[in-house]
Design a protein around this ligand. Sequence first.
Ligand SMILES: Nc1ncnc2c1ncn2[C@@H]1O[C@H](COP(=O)(O)OP(=O)(O)O)[C@@H](O)[C@H]1O
Ligand SMILES: [Mg+2]
Length: 399
Amino acid sequence: MATARHTKQSKGYKGSKESKRILRQAMRNPFKPTAGAMPPLLVGRSDALDSFEEGIEDGPGSPGLLTIFTGARGVGKTVMLSAAEDLAKEHGWVTISDTATPGLMVRLGTTMKQHLEELGDGPTRSRVTAISVAGWGVTRQLPPEKQVEWRQIATELLDILGDHETGLLITVDEIHAVDRDELTQLAAAIQHLIRDEQPIALLMAGIPKAVSDLLNEDVSTFLRRAERVDLRDVPIADVRDALEETFRASGVGISPDQLTRAAQSTGGYPFLIQLVGYQVWRLANRRTDRAVTDEAMTEALDAARRRLGSTVIAAAVNGLSDVDKTFLVMMADDDGPSRTSEIASRLGQTAKYASVYRKRLIDAAMIQATGTGLVDFTVPFMREWLREHAASMHRPGRL
Ligand SMILES: Nc1ncnc2c1ncn2[C@@H]1O[C@H](COP(=O)(O)OP(=O)(O)O)[C@@H](O)[C@H]1O
Ligand SMILES: [Mg+2]
């Protein structure tokens, strides 16, 4: 693979594109401040996949094979699904990942059929080659006969995988976006396959509201049996270790005090780990000695916070109703956790009225209960962002 390039170089390739490429690679920022991007080091999650890995080892029916990751935005749900896929692949499993948009079942069926065609022992053996998934079209809901076909395809694929002591992992991200009918179909199909002791795993991810709504619907009693892994912020000490290792590996000089400062500034919030790491690295690389200065650190932390505001926070707040936003703005008047009764009076409303919005915001993973009658923001710097942007948002007088 690398031979051609190598030859070029050994011929004395003068422009030395290759060495520039290598240099660029080495100088590439290792941090990944992008939704869904695998970070250089997955901080504080070594336990979160244990039960899934046990499930892979224990085989069909093991509880870890049906898991739902929940948590606030930017806490690392999508990344956990990717990490699970990597783990499954290491065990020789086939993985199919999907973000829930309409047509989920058709896409899953199509992909399973492709795997089957690659793995199967040829058309004569296969019971399902006659099934033309092309004919399934893009219907949102598979009609009953197609659901039967879906299961036939899945069963045949899983029979082959089972013979090889592997299995199939399906991941579905952002389950709040899933069409309920399709999710019901998927749940029913998976339930069926599990009952048949097939080596199938289903991992899903979503914000807590979506998940609790889903689980409260009669249609998905089966999904209620899924393991729930509620992802939270990670320990600062682990953040510091990960930053230290990543900076060291890429040759950026940073002092112990600066590392502590950088780690603390993230509050253990995964998205911010990447944003802070990225900015610190970027500024250090402007200098020939690739060292972090205290001034650069201050600048980097500011830039990371601004990015957090303009991406994660703005997107989350924009999706809310006016009253939800006002509730948050009222909370931002406090320097720490807010008392719901106090927010109610600031809103000029009853405690009962405020509690409805409190619940909505908790469900949407914007705020969390931090004690009796107390709530606080889930995403760091939300308070500061709201204070800055309050003027452009609804106030109680304008409700
Ligand atoms: N455990 C972790 N350690 C370090 N960075 C992480 C971790 N989990 C997620 N990240 C980073 O946080 C950001 C958000 O992750 P993502 O999986 O998209 O979150 P979510 O799906 O919960 O919104 C990404 O930049 C990702 O690289
Ligand atoms: Mg995500």
